[in-house]
Design a protein around this ligand. Sequence first.
Ligand code: ATP
Ligand code: MN
Length: 483
Amino acid sequence: MKRTIISDILKEHDPKKLEGEKVLIKGWVRAFRSNRFIQINDGSCLATIQAVIEYEKFDEEVLKNITTGSAVSIEGEIVASIGSKQSIEIQTSNIKVIGTANPEDVQKTILQPKKHSLELLREQAHLRFRTNLFGAVFRIRHSISYAIHKYFNDHGFYYINTPIITGSDAEGAGEIFRVSTLDPINPKLNDDGDVDYNEDFFGKNVNLTVSGQLEAELAALGLGKVYTFGPTFRAENSNTSRHLAEFWMIEPEIAFADIHDNMDLTESCLKFICKYILENCFEDVQFLNDREIQEEKQKPQNQRNEMSLIDRLKFVTENPFKRITYTEAIQILLNSKPHKKKKFKFPVEWGIDLQSEHERYLVEKEFKSPVILIDYPSEIKAFYMRQNDDNKTVAAMDVLFPGIGEIVGGSQREERLDILKQKCAEFNIPEEELWWYLDTRKFGSVPHAGFGLGLERLVMFITGMTNIRDVIPFPRTPKNAEF
Ligand code: ATP
Ligand code: MN
């Protein structure tokens, strides 16, 4: 008999149609009550299906192994349920235990059916896929990834893969992981007494990529519209709830486009993804929505979300993002209550890099909506961003989301060779290192733009999870690379 996936049974809106059907299901036992009702989940959906057994009809040896956490295979007939929690159940005719789970050992793990802290779930990240919460989060994470590919494919973008090992540090931020096969104890030294990278695997100093943008630009200047979707690495030693050392980034890049096209693209893309998840993952979203409401009850009134998760997602899909310039944002902050009452930790003046408290004020207090900020001071942004006519600002773009802060960072790129060379000099970037990048500005250079969207920040927004470690299966953070 062919196995049926539980979601295929439960998604049938009219259960009457299924009655009498014989099925074979396989999954993990969530609970076994009254020697009669087995709750089974196979990961295909949030809900469990109930299999009913007549205890007397089965071998004692088999039955005693049906315990929470064990894996079973059940054959039976779908019948109407008399219980109120489900409309159908399986009348079991045959049951096999595929993998046992010793109850004493289960007691020591998060498989034990009760409420566990997120910290404990993180320590048992190998088992947390079995919980309702992480089942929901990772099904949604999958669907977000799928929606991203769908969006770009439907809009004529080509998916390209940029290198993970690279010699360039796109941001110039220096927060890189070096990659080397040199002997860490006794590396060969050169005449100056420095490590001789000529001896290294690639014959030069290389690192894990912090962004695929520079390479994506090269591709866009031939293929027109491209996007990358891959792992990105940053050795930022900031132990925040929004930073990982290894995260996934989506970087579209479009030729013949300016900063306004870039804003339109990011807004339409983010709206599409939120809508897609509301339409295709509603059971999981509803679960997370209700869970958040329960959690919020523990918090003081003024720390609770003003909108529920579902309302926040609908808000994004239904309302235009607020678009303002950096200079306007500084004006708003200077006029704000927290600034006047000296409540901000960091000072506000034109030229500063906005701190998270400033971003949150703009998004959560002033506009109560996603905000796109453009035209930042050149000094605080990367060398490749296009110089504006005022000679003070660049065509940079950050998208700020409620509860998350920066979710997207992007820009129109400098396409004018002379200005780009000047910027390299100002930022101390040797032209020889980026000869291939500069080359594209010599042969049919065109205005182009793109952005980087952090997948995990987006998953946080869509699931309402507040720690980035809980939206990636195995988080990599300072001092933590378990699993
Ligand atoms: P932040 O100021 O929040 O550190 P950033 O300015 O360094 O972000 P960018 O270099 O513009 O970010 O990267 C583009 C996007 O990648 C960000 O908007 C964010 O969504 C995501 N991102 C950046 N750093 C991280 C990180 N360490 N962990 C997870 N996501 C990140
Ligand atoms: Mn950063």
